[in-house]
Design a protein around this ligand. Structure first.
Ligand code: HEM
Ligand SMILES: *[C@@H]1O[C@H](CO)[C@@H](O)[C@H](O)[C@H]1NC(C)=O
Ligand SMILES: *[C@@H]1O[C@H](CO)[C@@H](O)[C@H](O)[C@H]1NC(C)=O
Ligand SMILES: *[C@@H]1O[C@H](CO)[C@@H](O)[C@H](O)[C@H]1NC(C)=O
Ligand SMILES: *[C@@H]1O[C@H](CO)[C@@H](O)[C@H](O)[C@H]1NC(C)=O
Ligand SMILES: *[C@@H]1O[C@H](CO)[C@@H](O)[C@H](O)[C@H]1NC(C)=O
Ligand SMILES: *[C@@H]1O[C@H](CO)[C@@H](O)[C@H](O)[C@H]1NC(C)=O
Ligand SMILES: *[C@@H]1O[C@H](CO)[C@@H](O)[C@H](O)[C@H]1NC(C)=O
Ligand SMILES: CC(=O)N[C@H]1CO[C@H](CO)[C@@H](O)[C@@H]1O
Length: 329
């Protein structure tokens, strides 16, 4: 009898222990409700005030969240500046050469620090800022559970190898996402972020000018669209400065334009076009295009919440950085 009781108590302890552990490992909505109750409002007010006047910043802030999460998890490692001791942080990596919005994140952080110094992580600030910025341009809302901690390490070569590139084919994209715990549904939905924002010609000009090294075009891209891009936008093969709307005509609106373009063979990157080369992925695109916009927005939101949980540091791992560009000394 006594033995049974003891083992029952033990069981209860184990169960609660595991739950407590799971909570410590996880994120929660309103993590700062007691430690810095105004944090989320300070962030959303700041974002509303500034993104209204600079709506083109919403897309790079969304992209920054993605790049952060794909290297060492969502831990703000993307924000760390190179120093003489480590001059090769993620920022210096190839995919980051076209990232924007670092100074904006610094300003959001400063506004939060003024209220509660040393409490709110840069990683949570990236996640909340991306969500709120997309909201200002009329895009979907998603939950951002918080409690992420900031990482101590940032490494160029990891950014170069772990962030998928615009020339990736379907299987490489699938592998890259699977490495982060994301499946093909997530891949298709999250790629839908390309309904907003711009790209430099250099990210896809091989498709227009020299696809296989013989001065040829990419046969999988609509030749009329190629001709247009060459005539009006990327007029020379080595253009590194011109930018092109990824969803022409509605590049500031979260709509189904991106997926409709894919079905017209007008995805800008090979990685966009690749999503129509796999039957499961293509079926999902067709289904999104044939459903009300609301369905895409809802599913995109769930995928964003999932992306925001990639390899997060919680509890006592990592730190709360004082300055987002610098690891605390
Ligand atoms: C699936 C693999 C992906 C690849 C290969 C990819 C690649 C790229 C490239 C090459 C650019 C243009 C950079 C430039 O030339 O300026 C870009 C822009 C962008 N990407 Fe992706 N991306 C991917 C997935 C994502 C995801 C998952 C998100 C967010 C959830 C995202 C959000 C964006 C946004 C918003 C822009 C526009 C940025 C701006 O306006 O400055 N991308 N992406
Ligand atoms: C980090 O680097 C950016 C330029 O990439 C610069 O504007 C910023 O002042 C730097 N921050 C610190 C704290 O060094
Ligand atoms: C970066 O550091 C390496 C040695 O770690 C050095 O050879 C290189 O010149 C540095 N580059 C810059 C731009 O400081
Ligand atoms: C960066 O990561 C690469 C590959 O994982 C590793 O070989 C290299 O030593 C790392 N560099 C630094 C400065 O930690
Ligand atoms: C996809 O790209 C990878 C890496 O470049 C390559 O190894 C693979 O053969 C390609 N797969 C297909 C189906 O083309
Ligand atoms: C991908 O994961 C989501 C849950 O995160 C699930 O709803 C969806 O069915 C999965 N898709 C595939 C193709 O496994
Ligand atoms: C096309 O690519 C080939 C092979 O990479 C290269 O030798 C050639 O110079 C390129 N042509 C142009 C116009 O860039
Ligand atoms: C770009 O290519 C043109 C020829 O098409 C050449 O005249 C020019 O010097 C090149 N510019 C750069 C920056 O390489
Ligand atoms: C914001 C930032 O640090 N951008 C860097 C990206 O990489 C290029 C090339 O290494 C640097 O010149 C930029 O400063």
């Amino acid at each position: 009898m006594e033995k049974a009781m003891t083992s029952k108590c033990f069981m209860i302890l184990v169960v609660f222990g595991v739950l407590g552990y799971a909570k410590a490992q996880g994120l929660e909505l309103g993590f700062y409700d007691t430690s810095c109750p105004k944090a989320e409002k300070i962030i959303s007010d700041f974002v509303k005030e500034h993104i209204r006047n600079a709506p083109s910043l919403a897309s790079p802030l969304l992209r920054m969240h993605f790049h952060d999460c794909f290297v060492r998890g969502c831990d703000a490692s993307i924000l760390i500046n190179s120093t003489s001791a480590n001059n090769n942080t993620e920022k210096a990596g190839n995919p980051n050469k076209t990232l924007r919005g670092f100074d904006f994140i610094d300003r959001v952080k400063a506004a939060v620090e003024a209220e509660c110094p040393g409490v709110v992580s840069c990683a949570d600030i990236i996640a909340l800022t991306a969500r709120d910025a997309v909201g200002v341009i009329g895009g979907p809302f998603w939950n951002v559970p918080t409690g992420r901690r900031d990482g101590l390490i940032s490494n160029t070569s990891e950014a170069n190898t772990q962030i998928p590139g615009p020339t990736f084919n379907f299987s490489s994209l699938q592998t890259s996402f699977a490495n982060k715990g994301l499946n093909v549904t997530d891949l298709v939905l999250l790629s839908g972020a390309h309904t907003i924002g711009v790209s430099h010609c250099s990210s896809f000009s091989k498709r227009l000018y020299n696809f296989t090294g013989k001065g040829d075009e990419d046969p999988s891209m609509d030749s009329f669209y190629i001709a247009n891009l060459k005539k009006l936008k990327c007029t020379v093969a080595n253009d590194t400065t011109t930018i092109v709307e990824m969803d022409p005509g509605s590049f500031r609106t979260f709509d189904l334009g991106y997926y409709k373009n894919l079905l017209k063979r007008r995805g800008l990157f090979q990685s966009d076009a690749a999503l129509t080369t796999n039957s499961a992925s293509k079926n999902l695109i067709v289904s999104l295009v044939n459903s009300p916009l609301e369905k895409f927005l809802q599913e995109f939101s769930l995928a964003m919440e999932k992306m925001g949980r990639i390899q997060v540091k919680t509890g006592s791992s990592g730190e709360i950085r004082k300055n987002c560009a610098v690891v605390n000394s």
